[in-house]
Write a protein that binds this ligand. Structure first.
Ligand code: GLU
Length: 506
């Protein structure tokens, strides 16, 4: 049977890196087995629906190269791929469960539910649930006479449909990462399956859709483990047990100190992004920074995420998407949470920048330079510059500092690093150098270097003592590749102007 997996986010906001990792592992597994990867939008909770979130999710997956085979934006045999558009599909299954005695109508008002939580609260049971302990004291089709239930339904009294969990059953299933998992049914509450607005809850919709869409493997976060017994029972009660997907509950991504799940607040607090791309909260206007805008290459982001919870078993750490697909195996997904390490994330990016071709980097670097208002000229020049400085860039934004001076004079010069060792002899050297430059046959790196060194020898000053001031005059600070290469690329006129500007300040 061909592998079919799904990524099933709710469009409630930006995509946290944990969500992207779930999509990634699902995608890697699917592609390794030549299957189909489905994007399904779980938008049954209208109160939490956020405008723009679905498009954001699609854009994120696109940016990462995690390409769905089917989804709301693509044609497919199992359309529609938005649960809100499948609303009519779910109710018959909820009614079937009621019919079979595995679910029941509940008419309790919010006030009655609140009263239940207060009345049944005890030291042994500090937060009472709607379950086998309480259900027979509530207003539902188990406690009402059939005629009364009929009357309430006929009068269109608002109701929900709840699953009836057994009191004493051990519910067992196999998880691809954790092996056998058992839960006592008595500890699980009678979850709502169909809401008063006729929409299914996640619990019913996920089972119905995984079945109808012929999903074979369901990857999701560890936070869904407590709901698994409900889902297992639904697969069983609906008579689909043999078609149930294999479950994989992925371990959490933890805060850098290992204490608890990495939250979007941690990003703000610790100064790193936790979303794949920038996300602006429409209500608060708050902007959450994304890895993309922070200057990450998608290859690096994906590589880093893959290693956050999985290990290839080899020394090698750099994997392209194709390499990840062929190396990925569920046996090597860790059972325990993985600590997020921003320094390591940056290391991946630095390595990917170093290993990427200039052609590949060009459009992305250009965007960052243009955003910083650097007048980027033709692509050939930029390509040469990228080749020269890419080893020095960890984030794409570093190209602004590392390449800006090729296009415009530095905004300021680090004179403090020149001044302590500055002398009249050095000033004379640079003034003579500018005269020499006028007569050079060309302004190539080698010619510049030879003339610089010859003059230093004539004036009896060590070349090493002159190169640092020269660099600062050209780029503004103590950074950049070989200074003679820089001189060639910025050209004679700009070199003369910058040297002149600094000499005038010393
Ligand atoms: N809609 C759920 C979420 O947003 C998906 C859980 C699942 O994949 O089953 O987390």
């Amino acid at each position: 049977m061909s592998v079919r997996t799904r990524f099933a986010p709710s469009p409630t906001g930006g995509l946290h890196l944990g969500g992207v990792r779930t999509a990634l592992y699902s995608y890697l597994y699917t592609k390794k087995h030549h299957g189909q990867f489905v994007l399904r939008i779980e938008d049954t909770d209208q109160n939490r629906y956020v405008e723009g979130a679905e498009q954001y999710i699609i854009d994120c997956l696109n940016w990462c190269g995690i390409t769905p085979d089917e989804g709301p934006h693509l044609p497919g045999d199992y359309a529609p791929y938005r649960q809100s558009e499948r609303k009519a599909d779910y109710k018959p299954y909820a009614l079937q469960l009621v019919e079979q005695g595995h679910a029941y109508y509940a008419f309790d008002t919010p006030e009655e539910l609140e009263a239940m939580r207060n009345n049944f609260k005890s030291p042994n049971n500090p937060s009472p649930q709607y379950d086998h302990n309480t259900r027979m004291k509530m207003k539902n089709s188990l406690t009402l006479l059939p005629e009364e239930t009929e009357r309430l339904l006929a009068a269109q009294t608002p109701y929900v449909i709840r699953i009836k969990m057994d009191e004493n059953e051990v519910i067992t299933f196999q998880d691809m990462i954790r092996g056998e998992i058992s839960n006592e049914s008595g500890l699980v509450d009678d979850k709502v399956l169909l809401k008063a607005d006729g929409m299914p809850t996640y619990h019913l919709a996920v089972v119905v859709d995984d079945y109808l869409m012929k999903i074979t493997h369901a990857f999701r976060g560890e936070e869904w483990l407590p709901s698994a017994p409900v889902h297992i029972k639904l697969w069983e009660y609906l008579g689909w047990k043999n078609d149930m997907p294999q479950w994989a509950h992925l371990p959490l991504i933890l805060k850098p100190d290992g204490h608890g799940k990495l939250s979007k607040r941690d990003g703000d607090r610790l100064g790193f992004p936790v979303f794949a791309m920038d996300w602006q909260d429409a209500k608060t206007g708050e902007m959450m920074q994304g890895f993309r805008e922070r200057g990450f290459l998608p290859e690096a982001f994906v590589n880093m995420l893959a290693m956050l919870g999985w290990h290839s078993g080899e020394e090698k750490e750099l994997f392209s998407m194709d390499e990840l697909i062929s190396s990925f195996s569920m046996e090597r997904v860790h059972k325990h949470g993985a600590k997020f390490d921003f320094e390591k994330a940056k290391w991946f990016n630095h390595e990917w920048i170093k290993h990427s071709t200039e052609e590949h980097l060009l459009p992305q670097v250009k965007k960052h330079l243009q955003q910083a208002n650097i007048p980027v000229g033709d692509d050939d020049k930029l390509s040469n510059i990228i080749a020269l400085v890419k080893d020095r860039c960890t984030l794409l934004h570093d190209f602004v500092q590392q390449t800006g001076y090729f296009y415009q004079s530095p905004a300021s010069y680090d004179l403090e690093s020149i001044q302590p060792k500055w002398s009249a002899e050095k000033k004379d050297f640079f003034e003579s150098l500018m005269l020499r430059f006028k007569d050079l046959p060309d302004f190539k790196m080698q010619t510049i270097e030879e003339s610089f060194k010859a003059l230093a020898a004539e004036k009896n000053i060590k070349v090493g003592e002159l190169q640092l001031p020269f660099r600062i005059m050209l780029v503004g600070g103590k950074f950049g590749p070989g200074v003679f290469q820089i001189a060639e690329l910025i050209g004679k006129e700009a070199v003369e102007m910058r040297v002149g500007a600094v000499l005038g300040q010393l």
